[in-house]
Write a protein that binds this ligand. Structure first.
Ligand code: FAD
Length: 383
């Protein structure tokens, strides 16, 4: 793998850094306190092309490779994980999955709106009763003529209250386990679909997380994404790339933790000198720096594998596992550098830690990533 970025990759990374400095960082603390990101950010993300990365221009995308996508995701995560999550879900889990699995009609219906920021997408897999064991989901889609009638509920859906379309997973046949699951593209204004905001989150407080309830929701049969019974493969392929996106966001958190810790250690004086001059403070800072680099390299490797058309799912689980745990460690180390000031929200370390914490939980917990990696190494499924 060539670790030198191309001129285009450098340029998109710079563009993202400038965008985040201008449009995200100045508002991140206020959005966190208000528990709501300004929705206007979606249009701005679309205008600058960040909602269309890796998608063909023919469908409104801005092209680019997966490494460029990771660079942008890292910068967004460095500024505000709530904003990063909007992109990781609307583009990463929804638009990219429509691009990979969709019919021509589905691509033309959804991609231009999702890539421009006119539409927001959400990914409806988790249910109140099924999280890690997503293949056992209970939401049902029953065929009636040219339609499916969907009943069930979905929990913890990122972008849920904002979204115009949900990529929804439901059981449409009696085949056992995940083999009976199909994927559907459901407009959120379809009668029978209601949403309830989930409040009181530890982190990602600016993000619109929702519970969705589906009560007799009717969609045309043509809204199925991919073949009947292939829904779990659709979900897993989305999550394999999604885990790389989460990992890139975690690199951003860890980098932000490093930036903040170095700056504060240079300013704060104790025992007659800047705390940067105390060896144990340098230990905290160097531990963060190693976590940043290691997480970034693992994440870039996934992007490189995808861009070269190689298998990447297990490497994506490794990157997500390591980067998410690294982001929590890095943010916690940064908080320690800030001392008592790290514990109040005038300073950035507390928010970084709160935002980092969920990364080890969603898109597969750390335990689930270990089972994916363990299965690949041993050939034995321990799920
Ligand atoms: P459970 O599956 O109940 O797990 C509880 C504990 O048991 C965990 O520690 C887990 O690792 C462990 N465990 C479970 N099974 C095993 C096993 N076989 N071996 C070892 N340990 C095991 N979902 C979506 O579909 N779309 C979204 O947009 C989305 N966004 C989210 C946003 C937020 C802020 C949050 C908190 C969650 C989001 N989720 C979303 C859901 C998320 O993916 C799930 O919370 C996650 O998959 C874990 O499921 P669970 O919470 O039901 O935990």
């Amino acid at each position: 793998m060539n670790l030198e970025l191309t001129d285009e990759q450098e340029a998109v990374s710079r563009l993202a850094r400038d965008f985040v400095r201008r449009e995200v960082t100045p508002h991140a603390a206020a959005w966190d306190r208000a528990e709501e990101v300004d929705r206007g950010i979606v249009k701005k993300l679309g205008e600058v092309g960040f909602l269309g990365l890796t998608i063909d221009e023919e469908y409104g995308g801005s092209g680019g490779d997966h490494l460029a996508y990771c660079l942008v995701t890292e910068e967004l995560g460095r500024g505000d994980s709530s904003v990063r999550g909007i992109v990781s879900v609307s583009l990463g889990l929804v638009a990219k999955t429509v691009a990979a699995w969709g019919s021509e009609e589905q691509k033309r219906t959804w991609l231009p709106g999702l890539t421009s920021g006119e539409y927001v997408g959400c990914f409806g897999l988790t249910e109140p009763g099924t999280g890690s064991d997503a293949g056992s989901l209970a939401t049902r889609a029953v065929r009636e003529g040219d339609e499916y009638v969907i009943d069930g509920s979905k929990m913890f859906i990122t972008n849920g209250t904002w979204a115009d379309v949900v990529l929804l997973f439901a059981r449409s046949t009696d085949a056992p386990g995940h083999k009976g699951v199909s994927a559907f593209l459901v407009p959120t204004d379809t009668p029978g679909l209601t949403r309830r905001a989930v409040h009181g989150k530890l982190g990602l407080r600016g993000q619109a997380t929702a519970e969705l309830v589906l009560d007799g929701v009717r969609v045309p049969a043509s809204s199925m994404l991919g073949e009947e019974g292939k829904g779990f493969s659709v979900a897993m392929s989305a999550l394999a790339k999604g885990r790389m996106s989460v990992a890139a966001g975690c690199v951003g958190i860890a980098q932000a933790a490093l930036d903040a810790a170095v700056a504060y250690a240079g300013e704060r004086e104790q025992f007659g000198k800047p705390i940067a001059g105390h060896q144990l403070v340098q230990e905290l800072i160097s531990d963060i720096a190693v976590d940043v680099d290691a997480a970034r390299l693992l994440t870039w490797r996934v992007a490189d594998l995808i861009d070269r058309g190689k298998p990447f799912a297990v490497e994506s689980s490794k990157a997500k596992l390591f980067a998410s745990e690294a982001a929590v460690r890095a943010a916690n180390n940064a908080l320690q550098v800030f001392g008592g000031y790290g514990y109040i929200d005038e300073y950035p370390a507390g928010k970084l830690l709160r935002d980092a914490r969920v990364m080890t939980l969603y898109e597969g917990t750390s335990q689930i990533q270990k089972l994916v990696i363990g299965r690949a190494l041993t050939g034995v499924s321990a799920f």
